[in-house]
Design a protein around this ligand. Structure first.
Ligand SMILES: [Zn+2]
Ligand SMILES: [Zn+2]
Length: 165
């Protein structure tokens, strides 16, 4: 590698702006990514159901060199002999799945400030997929405003960190 290339790479890493950011519900933990995910997927496996507290989990797989925690340090649970799952110790938000010493980290897509930009292209763990999941688009639907009404909704004080740093 030439000195010129090394210099260019140094400049790039110094000036690279986060592509996307995110964090936990309380804001104690924040992260940023500097490149697009390697892949975005859903996992229905029983461990992801339990770890997310939800019917399934969705993950954006980010190469380690393109990921950093920018505020706080998450707690972690070693969910198996090969993997850790990071979460916020203050508010409990599940944040990641990662292979121990693996080259990437899978971030739960709901924790991004713009989760709409994380569109899954695969699903895994389908042996545990709950039968009703494929039909949710057909359930009767309401927005939060329709559900609460403007007066009640207007009186609720959110303690959730805003969707930006
Ligand atoms: Zn938190
Ligand atoms: Zn899983």
């Amino acid at each position: 590698m030439s000195a010129e290339t090394t210099s260019a790479e140094t400049t790039k890493s110094e000036t690279t702006k986060p592509l996307l950011s995110g964090g936990c519900q309380c804001g104690a933990i924040r992260f940023a990514i500097t490149a697009a995910p390697l892949k975005v997927s859903i996992c229905h496996c029983r461990m992801c159901q339990k770890a997310s507290g939800a019917p399934f989990a969705s993950f954006a797989d980010i190469a380690r060199e393109n990921f950093s925690w920018t505020r706080g340090t998450p707690a972690a649970f070693r969910s198996s002999s090969i993997a850790m799952r990071d979460f916020c110790a203050s508010c409990g938000t599940p944040l990641s799945f990662r292979r121990i010493d693996g080259p990437s980290i899978e971030i739960m897509t709901g924790t991004f400030d713009h989760p709409d930009r994380m569109i899954p292209t695969r699903q895994y763990g389908t042996e545990s997929r709950l039968g009703w999941v494929v039909g949710i688009a057909n359930l009767p639907s309401q927005t939060t405003l329709q559900n609460y009404g403007s007066e009640k909704l207007g009186g609720i004080v959110s303690h959730q960190h805003p969707d930006h740093d």
